[in-house]
Design a protein. Structure first.
Length: 340
C-alpha cells in the first residue's frame, strides 16, 4: 500500500469508526425512549425527522452552496434514503418479535450484502477484506448469543430485511459520493428517510394521550446521535468505500455490549469475550487495508447513477460543475478519469 493510500485510509477509518460508536449508542437511547412510553415507530419518526431538520438548517445557514447535487445523484439519495427508512421500520418491528441478541446478529450480517452488491457493481475485494469479513461472522455470533426458546419466524424475516435494506443503501450512496460531498448526500438521504418513516408512524403507531416528559432527553440524544452517525458514515464511505466502512461498522456491536456491561450491569460469558477479541482483531486489521478502488464510471448495476455526459467530460478536464460549487473540493475516493 502506497503512502498516499495509507494516508487516505487513516482519514477514512476515523469517521467510519466514529459512525460505528455513535450507531452503538442508538439502541440505548431508543430503548429508553420506548420504555418512557413512546411507540417504536414514533421514536424512529422523531429522531429521523429531527436529524434531517438540523442538518438542513445547518446547510442553509453555513453551507448553502453544498445544496447542489446533479439530478440523478438526487434520485440516488432519495432511493437510498427510502430503502433505509423502510429498513428502519423493519428493524424496530423485528426487535419487538425476537430477542435483541438474535435480532442484532441477523441485522449485523449487512456487510455480506454490501460485499455482494458491490461485486455486482464491478468492485472486487482484496483477500484481506474477505478474510476480515469471514472472521467477523463467527465473532458476531459469539457476541450475540440468544437465549434458548422459540424464535418468531416473522421477526427473523424482519431483521434480515432490515439488514439487506441497510446494506443496499450503502453502495447506492457510495456511487453518488463519487461526485457529491458527504454532507449533501447525508441531507438528501435523511430527508428521504423522513418521508418514509413519518407517514408510517401516522398510519401504524397507536395514539398516545400526551407526550411523556421523561422521553424528551433520550429523544434529543437519539436525534443528535442519528445526525452525527449519518454524517460520519457517509464521510467514511466517501474516503475508504462502502465495504471497508461496513466492516468497521461492526464495532457498533462492541459498543453495545460494552455499554450493556458498564451501564446496565450485564455480564459477559467466556464465549462473548472470545467473540469480542476476534472482532477487535478484524477491526485492527483495517490499518493494513487501503481504501477501496472502485471504478466510479465503470458499468455495473448502479451505472445509471452517473452524472450527465457533459459533467463527466468537464470532470475529465478538471472543471466538474458539481465540485465548482463547493467552497473547498472534498477529498473523496481516489480514481483516475478514463482516457477519452
Amino acid at each position: 500500500m502506497t503512502s498516499s493510500s495509507r494516508k487516505a485510509s487513516r482519514k477514512g477509518v476515523a469517521p467510519a469508526l466514529a459512525s460505528a460508536i455513535l450507531f452503538g449508542l442508538t439502541p440505548i437511547f431508543g430503548k429508553q425512549a420506548i420504555l418512557a412510553g413512546l411507540p417504536p415507530l414514533e421514536v424512529v419518526a422523531v429522531r429521523t425527522g429531527g436529524a434531517a431538520a438540523v442538518l438542513l438548517l445547518v446547510m442553509l445557514v453555513f453551507q448553502r452552496r453544498r445544496l447542489y447535487i446533479y439530478p440523478l445523484g438526487l434520485v440516488g439519495c432519495f432511493t437510498a434514503g427510502a430503502l433505509n427508512g423502510l429498513g428502519s421500520l423493519f428493524y424496530y418491528s423485528g426487535l419487538a418479535r425476537v430477542d435483541a441478541g438474535l435480532g442484532q446478529l441477523l441485522y449485523m450480517l449487512y456487510p455480506v450484502f454490501v460485499a455482494l452488491l458491490l461485486f455486482l457493481d464491478g468492485q472486487r475485494q482484496t483477500r484481506l477484506t474477505l478474510l476480515r469479513l469471514i472472521i467477523s461472522i463467527p465473532a458476531i455470533y459469539l457476541l450475540t448469543q440468544a437465549t434458548a426458546g422459540k424464535v418468531d419466524p416473522l421477526g427473523v424475516v424482519f431483521m434480515l430485511a432490515a439488514g439487506m435494506l441497510y446494506g443496499l443503501h450503502i453502495p447506492i450512496n457510495q456511487r453518488v459520493l463519487y461526485e457529491a460531498p458527504a454532507p449533501t448526500v447525508t441531507m438528501y438521504t435523511l430527508l428521504a428517510m423522513t418521508a418514509v418513516v413519518i407517514p408510517a408512524h401516522w398510519m401504524f403507531s397507536p395514539a398516545i394521550p400526551s407526550f411523556p416528559p421523561q422521553a424528551a432527553s433520550p429523544l434529543i440524544a437519539l436525534t443528535a446521535v442519528t445526525f452525527l452517525s449519518r454524517l460520519t458514515l457517509f464521510t467514511g464511505v466517501k474516503r475508504i468505500g462502502g465495504m471497508q466502512t461496513s466492516i468497521l461498522g461492526l464495532a457498533q456491536l462492541l459498543v453495545a455490549v460494552t455499554l450493556a456491561v458498564l451501564w446496565l450491569r450485564e455480564s459477559m460469558s467466556l464465549l462473548q469475550w472470545i467473540g469480542a477479541a476476534v472482532l477487535v482483531l478484524a477491526l485492527v486489521m483495517a490499518g493494513k487495508e487501503g481504501p477501496d478502488h472502485p471504478t466510479p464510471h465503470g458499468r455495473g448495476w448502479l451505472y445509471w447513477l452517473r452524472p450527465p455526459v457533459t459533467e463527466l467530460a468537464s470532470s475529465v478536464n478538471g472543471t466538474s460543475p458539481t465540485k465548482s460549487l463547493l467552497a473547498e473540493p472534498e477529498e473523496g475516493l481516489e480514481h483516475k478519469p478514463r482516457s477519452r
